[in-house]
Design a protein around this ligand. Structure first.
Ligand SMILES: [Zn+2]
Length: 126
């Protein structure tokens, strides 16, 4: 049996999934009305982790917020594991979705040539 609170790889993956979901453009009611059921299903966010992972991540984010606010807490080993998983997920997300140098918006892909938010053109690397 997998213990969610000790599954660093799973927590990291679930956190990445949450970050990816936040990046997806939101559909408004008109968009939804025009799309077929199949097209909507294709746009549904990936959900590869059981709800327990997201409950745990919610807890870890609250814990992280308390620490950031200056709370001095003694952490359990699985809390440290979880906080590390969140940090690793954010780092991976930042690599895959670099922020625009102009507006700071995370890009859909690191290969973007133009910011989807402010239309700033990105220089090609190299
Ligand atoms: Zn931008």
């Amino acid at each position: 049996m997998i213990v969610v609170s000790q599954d660093e790889k799973g927590l990291k993956g679930a956190m990445l999934e949450l970050l990816e979901q936040e990046l997806q453009p939101q559909l408004d009611a008109d968009d939804v009305a025009q799309l077929s059921d199949e097209a909507l299903a294709d746009r549904a966010p990936a959900n590869n982790y059981s709800p327990g992972y997201f409950v745990r991540i919610d807890y870890l984010l609250q814990l992280e917020g308390m620490i950031a606010a200056g709370a001095r807490l003694e952490l359990f080993a699985d809390e440290i594991t979880g906080l590390r998983a969140i940090k690793l997920a954010r780092a991976e997300f930042a690599r895959e979705h670099p922020a625009c140098g102009n507006c700071g918006e995370a890009q859909y892909t690191r290969f973007a040539r133009r910011c989807h938010a402010c239309s700033t053109e990105f220089r090609k690397a190299g």
